[in-house]
Design a protein around this ligand. Structure first.
Ligand code: ADP
Length: 166
């Protein structure tokens, strides 16, 4: 049985993330989506619990996908699985440089840990969690950017965030 780990900050989860998770679920027997609690990329908008809960709701329809969260290094986290593969999405050259560096760091800690990259779908090449947060702050329509069942919650949170920070 081959396990994939899809790590990320998911702050919040977007349709770009979901596209990678769904494709990984067709390739691997089991997919663990791991919400990294202390990722350097996280904003103040969503807590780790909120991010994890949103990911859970978004992947509920995929039978072989599970959700977990972690506050330890990914290379350490991966040690609990048998020969796991990290699966990440690649959008642009900037993603490549960062991911290449992360792979070297991971291999230093856990030499047998491999990372596989799936190229972003053309529709989602420019989609990131930070774009979603920015659009939500300005009250823009989030249709087509995040799972529809999460739109209301993200909008509510952005409004609340605006009140506390503006
Ligand atoms: P972001 O870069 O949006 O803040 P994360 O840190 O949560 O997202 O990213 C987790 C993984 O998801 C990374 O491998 C990233 O490249 C991938 N990813 C994020 N957005 C997309 C997208 N639109 N298409 C494909 N992969 C993506």
């Amino acid at each position: 049985m081959r396990t994939a780990i899809c790590p990320g900050s998911f702050d919040p989860i977007t349709l770009g993330h979901l596209n990678i998770i769904r494709r990984a679920s067709r390739i691997f027997d089991r997919v663990i989506v791991c919400v990294m609690k202390n990722s350097a990329k996280t904003s103040q908008m969503f807590t780790a619990e909120e991010r994890t809960d949103m990911v859970r709701r978004a992947v509920v329809r995929y039978e072989n996908v599970e959700v977990d969260c972690s506050d330890i290094l990914l290379a350490e986290y991966a040690k609990q699985f048998e020969n796991p593969v990290i699966v990440k999405g690649l959008r642009a050259a900037s993603d490549f440089e960062y991911e290449f560096q992360m792979d070297l760091v991971n291999k230093n800690i856990n030499p047998s840990l491999e990372t596989m990259f799936l190229t972003a779908s053309g529709k989602y090449t420019f989609l990131s969690s930070s774009v979603v947060r920015e659009m939500a702050r300005y009250g823009a329509d989030l249709t087509g950017l995040v799972p529809s069942e999460l739109i209301e919650e993200i909008e509510r949170k952005a409004k609340q965030w605006g009140k506390n920070n503006g």
